[in-house]
Design a protein around this ligand. Structure first.
Ligand code: TYD
Ligand code: MG
Length: 481
């Protein structure tokens, strides 16, 4: 009897190997290889058969700009780059329970005012969807609901999609529950997810409707992460947030039709997701002035300035290797800032546990947050609060220099809008003949060019306010090291 050929496919990254092992060679994840039937036939190359000639065309053409399906949910439209495009596919990934189904039902309901959307769920029954619609107060909206998982049935039902009278938007919740009956593997395996998505995307392109796929992100080997899908779709959005917080952030990580790094901010309420038009106010709510170890960073997320609070806590460590715990910021970047603080401004941090938290569940990727992180750290070690009503931003270099960042005016304007009266910012490069712009409002701007200047600003060992806490902390730190 001939042995049936099998391959093992990593459910995280899609890497296929012929022999099972505990760890995927492709992405290094453990226990992610799952047996799947081998692909139909090995690749044979082109052979002798001649192909059809392709015609090459110039870059200039008569292609009209694609019309956008504007939903009216501003935060959603912003992230998609001004609305979805007919024929394109959008993938929404996120942890279970974060609110993907809620968001997309709301999107479908809002869009139904101008276009006709359908919502196909493979996870919930129609009754459950109705209950949710009731909770969201959208029962009157003209959305076609269906509970289905067979891609063949869905394709048959979408025969007139994109055309007159047919749906313009199809939501598939989720792609992991869909299956193509010609494949043997179970729904949720990479092969099924990939094939189902391929079929649906092809259908969307051919018939010209917008397609939204929901994808779960999980470490569990049973379900394929949407990583394999990311290459196939036009737009990838991640819906993030801490389930214990009410904030949710929709982030574009890939967009063929718009900008990436744009975020939409929502708040989960008892009646669904509410748009947050002014995220800064939300992120800063509950902030206490005059506590040590906190600073406010004026950042840019996509096109928008966003203010967030950065908190840090330092404490003498009982461990040989002190703990460094970070939420919402890069661990490597924190290590760098600690090293620069230690080497360039003489702050002893080596023996201290350091905890850093970006409040509100936002993840910051901007190097411009360096200075705000440093301010929070210095304040925590010295016990001296950062001056009140102050925003901080600037990038820190390895030699302790504070570097200029982009969009200073937008950051200052947002800070002034929220009632901040001071800012600690990088000193701009003095280019000859370049005049310094006067910033908006009446803020007191302190420009600094070295990290030591920041220390001297509010936590100077021999300063008026600080007295000796830094010196004391230094002594403590040294005692440990
Ligand atoms: P859901 O959209 O089902 O998440 P996902 O599809 O990403 O798995 O949202 C689930 C959570 O949202 C659930 O814990 C309940 C909460 N929720 C609200 O707080 N308010 C609401 O109006 C709705 C519909 C859900
Ligand atoms: Mg769901």
């Amino acid at each position: 009897m001939a042995r049936k050929a099998v391959t093992y496919v990593c459910q995280e990254c899609g890497n296929a190997v012929s022999k099972w092992s505990g760890r995927c060679e492709g992405c290094g994840e453990w226990n992610t290889l799952v047996e799947e039937a081998a692909p139909e036939s090995p690749p044979k190359g082109l052979g002798r058969k001649k192909g059809r000639k392709i015609e090459f065309q110039g870059l200039k053409g008569e292609t009209p700009p694609a019309p956008r399906q504007v939903t009216g949910i501003k935060e959603f439209d912003r992230v998609t780059g001004g609305g979805m495009i007919a024929g394109s596919t959008l993938l929404v990934g996120g942890d279970p329970g974060i609110g993907k189904s809620t968001l997309l039902l709301q999107v479908a309901a809002t869009l139904s005012k101008t276009l006709s959307p359908v919502y196909i769920s493979g996870e919930e029954a129609v009754d459950q969807l109705r209950l949710r619609a009731d909770r969201l107060g959208v029962t009157e909206a003209d959305v076609g609901l269906a509970a289905a998982t067979s891609v063949r049935d869905i394709a048959a039902s979408l025969g007139n999609a994109g055309g007159p009278g047919g749906p313009d938007l199809v939501v598939i919740d989720s792609i992991q529950t869909m299956f193509v009956d010609s494949l043997e593997s179970a729904p949720g395996t990479v092969a099924q997810v990939r094939t189902s998505a391929q079929e649906l995307i092809r259908l969307a392109k051919r018939q010209g409707f917008a397609l939204i796929l929901v994808g779960h992100v999980t470490k569990d080997g049973q379900i394929a992460g949407p990583r394999v899908l990311e290459h196939m779709v036009d737009t990838v959005l991640y819906f993030e947030g801490d389930r214990s917080h009410q904030f949710r952030i929709l982030r574009a990580v890939k967009n063929r039709f718009g900008p990436t790094d744009e975020i939409g901010v929502f708040e989960m309420t008892g009646a669904g997701l509410a748009e947050v038009a002014n995220p800064s106010a939300l992120f800063l709510a509950g902030r206490e002035d005059d506590v040590s170890g906190a600073s406010v960073f004026a950042g840019i997320e996509g096109t928008r300035p966003v203010l967030v609070e950065i908190q840090s806590l330092t404490a003498a460590s009982a461990l040989g290797t002190p703990r460094r715990a970070v939420v919402g910021w890069d661990t490597g970047r924190l290590a760098m800032i600690l090293a620069v603080l230690e080497a360039r401004s003489g702050l002893a941090l080596a023996g201290l546990d350091v905890y850093l938290n970006v409040v509100g569940g936002l993840k910051i990727g901007e190097p411009a947050a360096d200075l705000a992180v440093a301010a929070a750290l210095i304040s925590s070690v010295s016990g001296v609060p950062v001056p009140p009503e102050t925003v901080v931003f600037g990038e820190i270099g390895l030699s302790g220099e504070v570097r200029a960042v982009s969009r200073v005016d937008a950051r200052l304007k947002e800070a002034a809008k929220l009632g901040f009266s001071r800012a600690i910012v990088p000193a701009p490069k003095r280019v000859q003949g370049n005049k310094k712009k006067t910033p908006e409002g009446t803020m007191e701007i302190t420009e600094i060019s070295r990290l030591e200047d920041l220390l001297a600003l509010f936590a100077k060992p021999d300063g008026r306010r600080a007295g000796s806490p830094v010196a004391a902390a230094n002594a403590r730190g040294r005692g440990h090291g």
